[in-house]
Write a protein that binds this ligand. Structure first.
Ligand SMILES: Cc1cc2nc3c(=O)[nH]c(=O)nc-3n(C[C@H](O)[C@H](O)[C@H](O)COP(=O)(O)OP(=O)(O)OC[C@H]3O[C@@H](n4cnc5c(N)ncnc54)[C@H](O)[C@@H]3O)c2cc1C
Length: 395
């Protein structure tokens, strides 16, 4: 059986950087990856452009429970170090607003550069190696694959990801490995995901996109707010503003089984309530038909819903719909459409600063497998790179 100092389980963003960091640190490493090739999710990230980080990288962009852990990792490997790491490998970066991308706008160049460094460093890679068991030995571990292969090592870094986009490899199978060392798993739910709503608006306006401010309303309180695209679909709501607020909603519905979860949409965020009131009042006075009250402000397709809805309605009622239409949310789309996972290995079981398990010496975690979820905008990959690097440095 081949022996290594470190086995890295999962060759995604966190695993590749963990391998580079451990190898630079003099460790003899192998990446065990279940898919036929490394980094499949990197390739589709950022719609193929790979939003690798954010200029405003700090712990406040992550779930509150995880912030101390995230801070401990970023204090060792922060935004500047992430950028230097990539530019040191030859990847030129640029920012678009606060979001950081490769200048090539190609996720493929990010993967190629990481694979090139693994090759330079002579890191071993085993593909088609789906780990289904890690057994602790008197000294170190034996890591076994589903098809019967084994490798032994002094320590392991588990970077098998969460459950989002299972067709790219991460299907939650590594939670079982974490559980075998008594780690608690915070119930994983899909995040950055379209939402399901049964509403005439969605049915009649399907395919229509507008700019909006969306709010997640849980227990009658605004839990999260985002500005961006809203896309009406036949099943409900999508678009960047919805994806941005979907994590809290998915947790409320799928994990906490809450009822009465709503999304409130300001369809005309570029006008204040007073400006809109004045304009609508003027239009009513001029004799505009109900279906034409927002012509020139919202796309013409909205006439399909406003004709009936605004017939005989008061100005106050009209404004309340335009500035705060409520949608009852009945669910979220599933793992095949989620950009990442909310939940995973409970961070209480992981040491700050090193990411070593508190329950089993020699076992480390990095990336999306942990219950660390960032906002959209490069925060999840930034976490994967930084946590992978830190785990690789400390093994
Ligand atoms: C469509 C989409 C777009 C995204 N865009 C962005 C973006 O632009 N910016 C951003 O910050 N984030 C983005 N994300 C999120 C980001 O890609 C992930 O959070 C990040 O890739 C997680 O990295 P990871 O290494 O922890 O996990 P993964 O990338 O999921 O890698 C885990 C690896 O482990 C392997 N594996 C799993 N189980 C086993 C096992 N039992 N044995 C061996 N190998 C195993 C998997 O095959 C996989 O290769 C996007 C996600 C999606 C789905």
């Amino acid at each position: 059986m081949q022996k290594y100092s470190t086995v890295i389980i999962g060759g995604g963003a966190a695993g590749l950087v963990a391998a580079i960091s451990a190898r630079r640190n003099g460790r003899d490493v192998v990446i065990c990856e279940k898919m036929p090739r490394l980094g499949k999710k990197i390739l589709i990230s950022g719609a193929g452009r790979c939003n690798i980080s954010n200029l405003d990288l700090n712990e406040t962009h992550y779930n509150p429970e995880a912030r101390e852990l995230v801070r401990s990792v970023f204090s060792a490997f922060d935004r500047e170090k992430i950028e230097n790491f990539f530019s040191g490998l030859g990847l030129r970066l640029r920012s678009d607003g606060n979001r950081v991308f490769p200048v090539t706008d190609q996720a493929a160049s990010v993967l190629k550069i990481l694979e090139g460094e693994l090759k330079n460093l002579k890191a071993a890679v085993e593909v088609n190696f789906e780990v289904n068991d890690i057994s602790a030995q008197a000294k170190g571990f034996t890591v076994k694959s589903k098809s019967g292969k084994s490798v032994s090592c002094d320590n392991v870094i588990i970077t098998g990801g969460g459950k989002a986009y299972p067709s790219l490899g991460s299907d939650g199978s590594c939670y079982v490995l974490a559980k075998s060392f008594s780690h608690k798993i915070v119930e994983p739910v899909p995040s950055a995901v379209p939402l399901l709503a049964k509403d005439r608006f969605c049915h009649l306006l399907q395919g229509q996109k507008i700019q909006c401010v969306a709010k997640a309303i849980i227990d009658s309180k605004v839990k999260k707010e985002a500005e961006g695209d809203l896309l009406f679909t036949k099943y409900g709501l999508s678009g960047t503003a919805i994806l941005d607020i979907s994590g809290d909603i998915s947790i409320a519905i799928n994990r906490l089984v809450k009822k009465g979860v709503q999304v409130s949409i300001d369809m005309i965020p570029f006008m204040t309530e007073d400006e809109l009131k004045e304009e609508i009042t003027r239009r009513i006075r001029k004799g505009f038909a109900p279906e034409d009250l927002t012509i020139g402000i919202l796309p013409n397709k909205f006439s399909l819903v406003f004709g009936e809805l605004f017939k005989g309605a008061s100005v106050e009622k009209i404004i309340s719909v335009l500035k705060g239409k409520r949608f009852d949310i009945i669910g979220a789309k599933g793992w095949n459409e989620a950009e990442f996972t909310a939940g995973g290995v409970d961070i209480e079981g992981v040491k700050r600063g090193t990411l070593e398990s508190k329950l089993k010496k020699g076992v480390y975690f990095a990336g999306e497998i942990l219950d660390v979820n960032g906002e959209r905008g490069g925060y999840n990959l930034a976490w994967a790179w930084a946590s992978g690097f830190v785990a690789g440095l400390t093994v």
